[in-house]
Design a protein around this ligand. Structure first.
Ligand SMILES: O=C(O)CC1=CCC(=O)O1
Length: 94
């Protein structure tokens, strides 16, 4: 199942810089593992925002929830999820 997910990040300004750097490194590693596995298909920066738009291809809602819940930055994110279906006008769909 495909999902478009936006993740707005709001790290507290008072967070220790070392802790922040470690958190961001962990986030990058976690994301790259899931990209390599094929579940995290795309990650795009939303221009002008500390936010990304990602596309996931996962088995279902529970798996997406598990992935998002385990994001190192999850406590500092506002997440919106849009389940996707094929569009009848898509020329790639026979
Ligand atoms: O958009 C961000 O910077 C947050 C994030 C999610 C996965 C990742 O690598 O960074």
């Amino acid at each position: 199942m495909l999902f478009a997910v936006t993740m707005d990040v709001a790290i507290p300004p008072a967070m220790d810089p070392g802790e922040k750097a470690t958190l961001i490194d962990r986030e990058r590693s976690y994301s790259r593992e899931l990209q390599a596995s094929g579940e995290w298909l795309h990650i795009w920066r939303r221009v002008g925002r500390y936010s990304n738009l990602s596309i996931f291809d996962v088995s279902g809602n529970e798996r997406l929830h598990q992935i998002l819940w385990n994001l190192p930055l999850f406590p500092y994110m506002t997440i919106e999820i849009t389940p996707l279906a094929t569009h009848p006008s898509d020329i790639r769909v026979a």
